[in-house]
Design a protein around this ligand. Structure first.
Ligand code: E4P
Length: 217
């Protein structure tokens, strides 16, 4: 499973990257707003040290305008994935931009049928939003399962990018189902390492090392 960092916070991406935990990055207008930076400038900086796909989202809603914005975003670096919303205009933009050889991430996916359309439009990634479905008392993970089955049924190469991940359990469940990629906030990715028995065991080992006078360097 590939790990994407769901943030436009450059320092947070660098910290995770040093751990070998960043295969790519996803941003959206809300995350750009949170960073307080210009979208073109911050995206360019991220692409200067992240080799994997970096998603940057269009803000136009009409296909031709989305295509123009997508081309501008794609010109930032060769690893840009243009993010378009799952609307009919977004699907048309996806078809054109992917036909030009750009990676396209179709976002705001909330149903299996939407994911089917994105695959047919040539999307590189489909982003089903798990957390936002959970927020309205649906099961976001069911959507990941349905898309996995449909894509496997027909051999679609579009990668399932489990998005709107809010917890470590979301990561585990998406991995069990076989999502190709998950994107999560840095805090969730770091929390994957935490276990109370690891902390307890380490404390006991260190106490014994001190009692035994063990020295290595
Ligand atoms: C990533 O591509 C999505 O924009 C992001 O995961 C949405 O997460 P949220 O629902 O927590 O805002």
């Amino acid at each position: 499973m590939k790990f994407f960092a769901d943030t436009a916070d450059v320092d947070a991406i660098r910290e995770l990257d040093a751990l070998g935990l960043v295969d790519g990055v996803t941003t959206n207008p809300s995350l750009i707003k949170k960073s307080g930076r210009d979208i073109l400038e911050v995206t360019k900086e991220i692409c200067s040290f992240i080799e994997g796909p970096v998603s940057a989202e269009v803000i136009a809603t009409e296909a031709e305008a989305m295509i123009a914005e997508g081309r501008k975003l794609a010109a930032i670096a060769s690893n840009i994935a243009v993010k378009v919303p799952l609307t009919l205009d977004g699907l048309r933009a996806c078809k054109v931009l992917s036909g030009e050889g750009h990676m396209v991430n179709v976002t705001l996916c909330f149903s299996a049928n939407q994911a089917l359309l994105a695959a047919k439009a040539g999307a590189t990634f489909i982003s089903p939003f798990i957390g936002r479905l959970d927020d309205i008392s649906l099961d976001g993970m069911d959507l990941i399962s349905e898309i996995r089955q449909i894509y496997d049924n027909y051999g679609f190469e579009t990668q399932i990018l489990a998005a709107s991940i809010r917890s470590v359990n979301h990561v585990r469940d998406a991995a069990l189902i076989g999502a190709d990629v998950m994107t999560a906030p840095p805090a969730v990715i770091k929390a994957l390492a935490a276990h109370p028995l690891t902390d307890k065991g380490l404390a006991a080992f260190l106490a014994d090392a001190e009692a035994a006078g063990i020295k290595i360097v």
